[in-house]
Design a binder for this molecule. Structure first.
Ligand code: NOJ
Length: 544
């Protein structure tokens, strides 16, 4: 593909901000939208990313830290005001940064006026906006569906004598997308934000909004393994074939896409789906049969992958093979629901992982703080916040460790909030070393590497949108691939082993190392005999 035909969401890099944890501007220990705006130059100048994805900032009782939305067209006072989001969008656009916001269609808060109305009486006009059912004869829930966050997915409501469905917390009742009025109301909320200038949506548990219309029981999971990259406890005892992912979901996303396309004349608006499906063929359906659904169904293939050259390559090649013609790939190494990459594979391996993320073919999403090598922070039990960890103890499912305050500098609380304020989660005890200010001054830091990679990606068409070709002749511990565009050839050589490996790839000739995980490395090299230190990665521009 030539430049010009490439949209911003293809060549660009997305940076995920968890607003609670990025920067507290008003001294309440919780990050906010003004705080994000204060750091806009970090995003545009220091890093040079192309888009920010903001996790939810809507009014919410915060039972699931904003993924329980009580008003789809507002801003929670904790995060600011509508004027603050307008100002943030304007500031971002001035600097060429797109703003992607979270859209949470599967469930609202139980405090949303829609649900209050729905639960007020069986005759209420909004009753059918949620999923209500009679109990079985013995009084038990209508079927065996389980909530992601533990227990039955059904909550009994005494007042009206029925159960309602909640795929997550009881405070997050599932919306009924089969009801045309609910669907129309949700589309209005999308229009509200598109009219305010947002550039797209990250759609929360996108595949979950359509369930089996007959609400059939899920069958048991025969291999007792888990469908995800991590064990979810009792939830894994079922095959979740009826409680999410019904094929009717695709009709909804075709309509979402048509709406986005209608807004895209001036600049493309994008749909990114959170889709936890690890069967590539099923996952690929979310692009749409005519590439008319998600622009990017999030690819979570690298989240739990065993950290070796062979297994990582298998994920990449599996994705490439599964992509429908013309569909655009994407990669993530972490987000607000997953252990941080530097904890999962070790800080020493994190630079290699960043090089991988920023050189593969497809749109990368960087989770805030991963550019510093931030790690999961152990949370003392009395400070635990996440409802998942509290409801399903013992499995390490709590997500607080990866949501701790961004580490800006060496001042108290790492510059996240004022010194006399207690941040909502503890700051990492490595913050004196691992922070933006210190790392900016150190050419060998993770931040310095990330900046070099981002700048290179931006300046190098082969990296931004070129083709991908793995090199089979590389040593088994090395993942080596070519990115090519319009005659420009860039080789990426990643040594996953702890000690030296030598590449002997004479057919590739000579090249120049333009970025290495070892900052002192550079200059012209021969691929005849090219040695990589343990854990080293290099980006090499090949000679013609
Ligand atoms: C996925 C979100 O990423 C997660 O944080 C949230 O708890 C669930 N969906 C429910 O909305």
């Amino acid at each position: 593909m030539r430049q010009g035909q490439i949209a911003w969401w293809q060549s660009g890099v997305v940076y995920q901000i968890y607003p609670r944890s990025f920067r507290d501007s008003n001294g309440d220990g919780t990050g906010d939208l003004v705080g994000v705006r204060e750091k806009i130059e970090y995003l545009s100048e220091t890093l040079g990313v192309d888009a920010m994805w903001l996790s939810p900032f809507y009014p919410s009782p915060m039972a699931d830290f904003g993924y329980d939305v009580a008003d789809y067209t507002g801003v929670d006072p904790l995060f600011g005001t509508l004027a603050d989001i307008d100002a943030l969008i304007a500031a971002a656009h001035e600097r060429g940064i797109a703003v992607i916001i979270d859209f949470v269609p599967n469930h609202s808060s139980d405090q949303h006026p829609w649900f209050r109305a729905s639960r007020s009486s069986r005759a209420d006009p909004k009753r059918d906006w949620y999923v209500w059912r009679d109990p079985k004869q013995d009084g038990s829930p209508p079927n065996n569906w389980l909530a992601n966050f533990g227990g039955s997915a059904w909550q009994w409501d005494d007042a009206t004598g029925q159960y309602y469905l909640h795929s997550f917390l009881p405070e997050q009742p599932d919306l009924n997308w089969r009801n045309p009025e609910l669907k129309a109301a949700m589309f209005d909320t999308l229009r509200f934000w598109l009219d305010r200038g947002v550039d797209g949506f990250r759609i929360d548990v996108a595949h979950a909004i359509m369930k089996d219309p007959d609400l059939r029981d899920n069958p048991p999971n025969p291999d007792a393994g888990h469908g995800l990259h991590k064990s979810l406890g009792a939830y894994d005892a079922q095959l979740h074939i009826h409680d999410k992912g019904h094929p009717d979901v695709h009709g909804v996303y075709r309509e979402v896409r048509a709406l986005l396309d209608a807004y895209s004349a001036e600049r493309p608006r994008v749909a990114i789906g959170e889709i936890h499906i690890f069967d590539w063929a099923e996952w690929a359906r979310y692009y749409g049969a005519a590439l008319d659904e998600m622009h990017l169904p999030f690819n979570f293939g690298l989240l739990g992958v065993h950290w070796s050259a062979q297994t990582v390559r298998r994920v990449v090649d599996g994705l490439e093979a599964a992509l429908p013609a013309g569909a655009w790939p994407n990669y993530v190494l972490g987000n607000h629901d997953e252990p941080r990459i530097a904890s999962r594979i070790g800080r020493d391996n994190a630079p290699l992982a960043m090089m991988l993320l920023l050189t593969l073919r497809g749109t990368p999403t960087i989770y805030y703080g991963d550019e510093l090598g931030m790690r999961d922070v152990p949370i003392p039990p009395e400070r635990e916040q996440d409802p998942w960890g509290k409801r399903v103890p013992g499995l390490g499912l709590g997500r607080d460790p990866e949501r701790t305050p961004m580490q800006w500098d060496t001042s108290s609380h790492a510059g996240f909030c004022a010194p006399d304020v207690e941040p909502w989660l503890p700051v990492s005890d490595d913050a004196a070393r691992v922070n933006v200010a210190v790392e900016l001054a150190d050419p060998g830091s993770m931040l310095a590497l990330t900046r070099r990679l981002l700048a290179l990606r931006r300046a190098t068409p082969a990296l931004a949108h070129g083709g991908y070709r793995p090199i089979d002749e590389a040593p088994a511990d090395c993942f080596v691939y070519l990115r090519e565009s319009d005659g420009q050839r860039v080789l990426i050589a990643l040594n996953f082993a702890a000690d030296e490996r030598v590449l002997a790839l004479p057919s590739l000739g000579h090249g120049a190392v333009v970025v290495s995980t070892r900052p002192e490395r550079g200059g012209r090299i021969s691929l005849d005999n090219f040695s990589l230190q343990g854990g080293e990665g290099c980006v090499i521009v090949l000679e013609d």
